[in-house]
Design a protein around this ligand. Structure first.
Ligand SMILES: [Zn+2]
Ligand SMILES: [Zn+2]
Ligand SMILES: [Zn+2]
Length: 340
């Protein structure tokens, strides 16, 4: 019997196809499109081919936009939102609009031409974590922004573009994203009833049952969520409660880097280097607003959602907001646990 499963945080239903479920190895990435490579603007020595750097890890005596860096952040050449201007919120009858103001930054994660974050060193990945935090702290100072979403598109099918150089993106938005709001509302609702964080409860339960556990190391767990939307969806959560990714202590940057590398390597090795996306869900910038943020320190818990792109969304998903996941997360977790 297929199972309808409800995500306990936001109440989203998914259909887990248990009967027609394939074997985990059926989902491995079939053909990796290998687009022709132009000279890569993200490699060391190509600094003049990107917008000027906003942030960099480089020796103190080297000028900006020259070689010898370890990591660089530049503005996007084709930003979804523009950094200049005011919001000018307005209404036209029943329609609300504002100017497309925001920040769109590209985090170039290494100076070598390496495509997959899984192939960076633990040190390089932890440097990326530190960079995310530094950029979020800086963007929070801009009062126009309410949220900063860090995400990665790896591979063509995940929106990763043609240049195969490991990078992630950060977009600061003047409104809170709907997905994040749904989580905030769901988590607060649970807290109102139970006076506990739903994510902490989830971690406790997953550690007890171990059915969906992928990793439990260095203060973090990786799990295949009970109501997975996609085969091999994995969430990484800190075991220590915190609503805010930027409050992560320095030692944990390294631990998280190691956990990220381990999980991404399992996905790469086990599934034949599939395209994937990940997002970091953390607390919004807490601008003063009456009645808001009273319990967020206790009720919300930051996390990373990793989504390999092995299936496509189709009409039913678009029309209903449910997802159909053709592989039970228990099978996915077992498979990933066993990839060494
Ligand atoms: Zn490159
Ligand atoms: Zn928690
Ligand atoms: Zn989330």
């Amino acid at each position: 019997m297929p199972e309808l499963r409800k995500d306990p945080i936001i109440g989203r239903w998914v259909i887990i196809a248990t009967e027609r479920a394939g074997r985990p190895d059926q989902f491995s990435s079939q053909s990796y499109e290998n687009p022709t490579e132009k000279p890569c603007p993200f490699c060391q020595g190509q600094e003049s081919h990107t917008p000027p750097e906003i942030y960099a890890v480089r020796p103190k005596n080297t000028p900006a936009n020259t070689p010898d860096w370890e990591l660089r952040v530049v503005s996007s050449i084709a930003p979804f939102l523009k950094i200049e201007g005011e919001l000018e919120r307005r209404g036209k009858g029943l329609y609300d609009l504002m100017n497309g103001v925001g920040a769109h930054e590209i985090i170039i994660e290494a100076n070598q031409h390496i495509a997959n974050m899984a192939d960076l060193s633990e040190e390089q990945v932890s440097r990326v974590i530190t960079c995310y935090i530094d950029r979020m702290v800086d963007l929070e100072k801009d009062q126009r922004f309410k949220y900063a979403l860090v995400f990665k598109n790896y591979g063509w099918a995940a929106g990763g573009g043609r240049v195969r150089h490991s990078r992630s993106q950060l977009i600061a938005t003047p409104v809170n994203p709907k997905r994040v709001k749904e989580e905030l509302v769901g988590a607060r609702h649970y807290y109102d009833y139970h006076e506990r964080c739903i994510f902490c409860d989830l971690i406790k339960q997953e550690l007890e049952s171990k059915d969906r556990l992928v990793l439990d190391i260095d203060g973090f767990i990786a799990v295949a969520p009970f109501a997975s939307r996609f085969p091999f969806e994995v969430w990484i959560l800190p075991k220590k409660h915190s609503c805010d990714f930027v409050s992560l202590d320095t030692e944990s940057h390294f631990n998280l880097g190691r956990v990220m590398k381990k999980v991404l390597s399992k996905i790469k090795k086990g599934l034949n280097d599939p395209p994937y996306n990940y997002v970091i869900h953390t607390a919004p910038f807490r601008r003063a607003k009456l009645g808001y943020w009273k319990s967020i320190d206790y009720d919300y818990h930051w996390h990373i959602e990793i989504m390999p792109r092995l299936t496509r969304m189709a009409g039913f998903e678009w029309g209903t907001g449910f997802y159909i996941c053709p592989l039970p997360p228990e099978n996915a977790a077992k498979f990933l646990r066993e990839v060494s």
